[in-house]
Each structure stands twice: as structure tokens, then as C-alpha cells.
Design a protein around this ligand. Structure first.
Ligand code: ZN
Length: 345
């Protein structure tokens, strides 16, 4: 069966991978769609993301929806034939962070398609995958698989918004209008933000942010842009570029909160850290998510506007062009790999 495997930086292959068999407590899932994430693109281009480096071949992908095929042993979970989204994380449950209720920063989590551990946890970009049964979530009524493929990145956005604190009635700045930034816009609106301003270098990306509900669009490379706000209440940095964080620190009001969500490059980042002191700004990181996944599915079921953020669906055999497309934000927002309809059970 076809799988989308990264071997090293620049070496992405669609190859025949062995069909997995579920063990006790595990489920076999026929994957329908897999969303191409910024981290997948980083593995492809750079052989790593943040501090995680590729050390062996790895199936990419952690934004996965499909159909339950079977369980390895009788397990509580959606019945065979049910459309499901796969929660990509299995935290260890025993480390200090898990004990503290911060399972998203578990020090020993297993996350689909991540090189954080060695051996790496293989990902979901294959026609069939085996995952712990507890990671399956049945899709709510009325939610199709195409839109449901946004559940994982929307969960990331919901977690960032939660980290930002109460947004009701606030003016929120989002730097970066990639898929995550756009989903942060939607999450902030759902959390009651009164006004959302988004910055990006690319007009096409800003148009996706508008579709996600942004009120004001700003060209990040134009200091004279008349839409640039004088001040915002809260900022979420979603570009993963230090200049974005710098912008957030300069525009957030005194005593405001800045959430760093974009994955900054390895090593030191230049930004105006003195503003943290003189304006008593709170800088908070946001990493992945935990319980937000169920809320993401409910939000997706209720809001057809999310469909606009899925800009292309590409057959897995053309994964290379899908990655090229996803990496070109002037032509795409979220790109899905299509593994084909599940065969009749
Ligand atoms: Zn843990």
C-alpha cells in the first residue's frame, strides 16, 4: 500500500509500505485524507523541525481522517465503518507534566509522524495505519471527512487561543496567515474576539485569513500600511519568524499577552525583549494541544466556512507536487493528500 515517507532532507518518496496489523488495544484505520502540515514541510526541506532532527526514515503526517476497519482486540471505540479523526498524541500519563494536567508538553509523548523520539513515531500518511484505539474520535453528525481533516491544526489554534486568556471583546493580532494563522483567526472569533487583525507578506495568504473571519489585513512588509493598528490587546505569533514576534511585542498593549505559536528556528531569536520588561508584557508559548481536539470537531461541524481553507486535495501518488503546492503560500492554504475511498468492509 502507498505511504509517503521522508528519508532525509529533500528526499520524499511515495513507496510501497507494509500493511500494518493492529495489536491488542489498537485500531486499524483506512486513511482517507492527510493534511500537509508546516512541520511535514520542514522535515521535507530541512530534515527536521525545531529541535527534532530526522535520524531514520519516517512516514510523515499527523492530520489524519479515515474509516475504522478493525480492532486488534475488542476495544472501546467507534464501530468498524465509522468515519473518524485521529488524535495524534498519546501522552505517557506518568511524567510530571502529565500529572500536572499539561499533557501537550508531556516529556515522553508519542506523536504521529514526529522525530522527537527515537525510534521515530511513524506518521499517518499511508493508506492504512494502526493507532491506539483511544486516539479515535467519531466525526460529529454532518461533518464530512474533507473538513474534518482540519481538526488537528484547528486544535492547535484553539489551544493557542486558550493560552491567550479571555479574548471576549478584545482586539487580537495574528502574525502569519498560513493555515495555522487562519485557524487562529477562526478560533479567536469563536472565543468572542471583537476584532482580529492579521499580518502577512503575501496578499493571497491574507485573503485566506479574510475567509477565516479576519477583520483587518496588513501587509507585514509595508510599515506605511494604513491598516496597521496602533495597539492591540492580545497577539498570537503564528509565522514562526522572529520578526513576527517582534511585531507582536511592539503592538500589544501594556500588560498584554503575546502567545508564541509558530515554531521558531533552532537557536537564538532576535526580538525586542526589553519590551517584556518596560511594558510588562506576558510572553507565553503554545505547543500542540490536548482536550481541544473534541472542541475542534464540534466547531468544524458547525461552521461550513472552514471549507474555504482546504485549498487543494491531491492524490497521494502526487505527494511531491502536493508538498510543493503546500510550501507555496501564494497558491495554497491547507493541502490534503487523498488516499482514496475505503474499500467495502
Ligand atoms: Zn507524560
Amino acid at each position: 500500500m502507498p505511504g509517503c515517507v521522508i528519508h532525509a532532507a529533500g528526499d520524499l518518496r511515495v513507496e510501497d509500505v507494509p500493511a500494518p496489523r493492529p495489536g491488542p488495544g489498537e485500531a486499524l484505520v483506512a486513511v482517507r485524507y492527510g493534511g500537509v502540515c508546516g512541520s511535514d514541510l520542514h522535515y521535507w526541506r530541512h530534515g527536521g523541525v525545531g529541535d527534532f532532527r530526522l535520524r531514520e526514515r519516517m512516514l510523515l503526517g499527523h492530520e489524519v481522517v479515515g474509516t475504522v476497519v478493525a480492532y486488534g482486540s475488542p476495544a472501546p471505540g467507534p464501530a468498524a465503518g465509522t468515519s473518524v479523526a485521529v488524535h495524534p498524541a498519546t501522552p505517557c500519563g506518568v511524567c510530571p507534566e502529565c500529572a500536572d494536567g499539561r499533557r501537550n508538553v508531556c516529556r515522553d509523548t508519542r506523536y504521529l509522524g514526529s522525530a522527537a523520539r527515537f525510534p521515530h513515531v511513524q506518521g499517518g500518511f499511508a493508506a492504512r495505519i494502526v493507532v491506539p484505539a483511544g486516539q479515535l474520535r467519531a466525526l460529529p453528525a454532518g461533518l464530512g471527512m474533507r473538513r474534518a481533516a482540519l481538526a488537528e491544526p484547528l486544535s492547535v489554534a484553539l489551544h493557542a487561543v486558550r493560552r491567550a486568556g479571555d479574548l471576549a471583546g478584545r482586539h487580537v493580532l495574528v502574525t502569519g496567515a498560513g493555515p495555522i494563522g487562519c485557524l487562529v483567526v477562526a478560533a479567536a472569533k469563536a472565543a468572542g474576539a471583537a476584532h482580529v487583525t492579521v499580518t502577512d507578506l503575501l496578499p493571497a495568504a491574507l485573503e485566506y485569513a479574510r475567509a477565516a473571519g479576519a477583520d483587518t489585513l496588513v501587509r507585514a512588509d509595508d510599515p506605511q500600511d494604513a491598516n496597521r493598528p496602533a495597539e492591540v490587546d492580545t497577539a498570537v505569533e503564528a509565522s514562526g519568524v522572529a520578526a513576527g514576534l517582534d511585531t507582536c511585542l511592539r503592538l500589544v498593549r501594556r500588560g498584554g499577552v503575546v502567545v508564541q505559536l509558530g515554531m521558531l528556528p533552532q537557536g537564538p531569536s532576535p526580538f525586542a525583549g526589553n519590551l517584556l520588561v518596560s511594558r510588562e508584557i506576558e510572553l507565553r508559548g503554545a505547543f500542540r494541544f490536548d482536550g481541544e481536539f473534541d472542541g475542534a470537531l464540534r466547531l468544524l461541524a458547525a461552521e461550513p466556512a472552514f471549507d474555504a481553507l482546504v485549498s487543494a486535495v491531491v492524490p497521494v501518488r502526487d505527494a511531491a507536487s502536493a508538498f510543493e503546492l503546500a510550501a507555496d503560500r501564494s497558491r495554497s492554504c491547507k493541502v490534503l493528500l487523498d488516499f482514496g475511498a475505503a474499500p467495502a468492509a
